[in-house]
Design a protein around this ligand. Structure first.
Ligand code: TRP
Length: 336
């Protein structure tokens, strides 16, 4: 399948605050793809409502994610930026994929099990078919490359299975094979209070995460307060498997400075965490400060932001609509 263009698609949910995890794990890695690929970045509001969202909060969070992308270097002149609900092809293709995917496939999805918790029967049906919608996001554009965190790998495998079953069932070579672009374990940012759980916008502890709405002082304070242990920094990352908080901070340092975690270890080997944390606080303020400030500025420019999203949705629709029409023909929907 060489006739497919290299087209990148990725998405971030507008649920709660954007965190350092969203930045290092996703958005930062998108910036460099803009010159080599056609890039489409989506604020996935349809996904967000798989769990309850207050409408006003959702609207604000949607603008905030768009502002966060732009402040981080996603350029609306190079990339399509839009919110999912404004391009009907996502929901329409997701329905068709609900009829392609098998119950057994979705039953294996670990993220559903985690998010639904003990009360599966009380989870929304949308949460269950979340991966079908994600497949629709990607395949509505015939995207070939999808940058995601390691936790989304299973969903991308499902996307490939759906594409393949669709192609087989209808005897076509229509959807491309999707390649994940995983940017390494170092970009999986963990909680600053508990190195074994992911940094999350839903964690009740504010000190567990850095929000892209935090100002410089707050960022520095949260780094200084981050949990560590009393051992000095080791010579190698291999010695950190049972020290998740230390490992997380070193990974954050490496990701923010675009260096290897092993080099950071070598530099601080044998020292306590005091100097390291002071340097990490400085580095965080230096790299994130300009982004959070630009984001705050953009949040005051609602007309500008909404214009970007509107134009993005129009451009996204121009790509997705004809693909959806082809799908309708393949499936046998009469277009009278
Ligand atoms: N499920 C992804 C996450 O939580 C977000 C997402 C939705 C996405 N649709 C996508 C990512 C399509 C990549 C491609 O991180």
């Amino acid at each position: 399948m060489t006739d497919f263009k290299q087209r990148v698609f990725s998405g971030v949910q507008p649920s709660g605050n954007l965190t350092l995890g969203n930045y290092l794990g996703a958005i930062k890695n998108w910036v460099g793809l803009q010159d080599s690929h056609e890039t489409i970045f989506c604020v996935v509001d349809l996904h967000a409502i798989t769990v309850w969202q207050d409408p006003e909060v959702l609207r604000n969070a949607t603008r905030e994610v768009a502002a966060g992308m732009i402040a981080s270097g996603v350029d609306p002149k190079k990339s399509i930026i839009f919110n999912q609900s404004q391009v009907p092809a996502h929901a329409e293709l997701a329905w068709i994929f609900n009829c392609v995917a098998r119950m057994g496939w979705l039953n294996r999805m670990t993220q559903f099990k985690e998010k639904a918790g003990k009360h599966k029967e009380r989870a929304s049906v949308g949460l269950y078919v979340y991966p079908d919608l994600m497949a629709a996001d990607i395949l509505a554009y015939k995207a070939t490359h999808v940058p995601v965190g390691a936790d989304q790998k299973q969903h991308l495998e499902l996307t490939r299975d759906i594409a393949q079953k669709f192609n087989n069932d209808y005897g076509v070579e229509f959807f491309p094979e999707v390649e994940p672009l995983i940017f390494g374990e170092a970009t999986r940012v963990m909680s600053l209070r508990d190195g074994s759980s992911k940094m999350s916008k839903s964690d009740p502890s504010e000190n567990s995460r850095i929000n892209l709405t935090d100002d410089r002082d707050l960022i520095a304070k949260k780094i200084r307060k981050a949990r560590t242990d009393s051992e000095p920094l080791p010579a190698s990352m291999d010695d950190l498997d049972d020290r998740p908080e230390a490992k997380n901070l070193i990974n954050i340092f490496a990701a923010l400075s675009n260096r290897k975690a092993s080099d950071i270890c070598a530099e601080y080997e044998g020292q306590g965490f005091a100097d390291f944390k002071r340097d990490l606080a400085d580095l965080s303020v230096e790299t994130l400060g300009p982004i959070t400030e630009e984001m705050a500025r953009l949040m005051d420019e609602k007309t500008y932001l909404d214009g970007i999203l509107r134009e993005g949705a129009e451009n996204a629709d121009k790509i997705a609509k004809p693909i959806l029409t082809d799908v309708q023909d393949i499936v046998g929907f009469l277009r009278p």
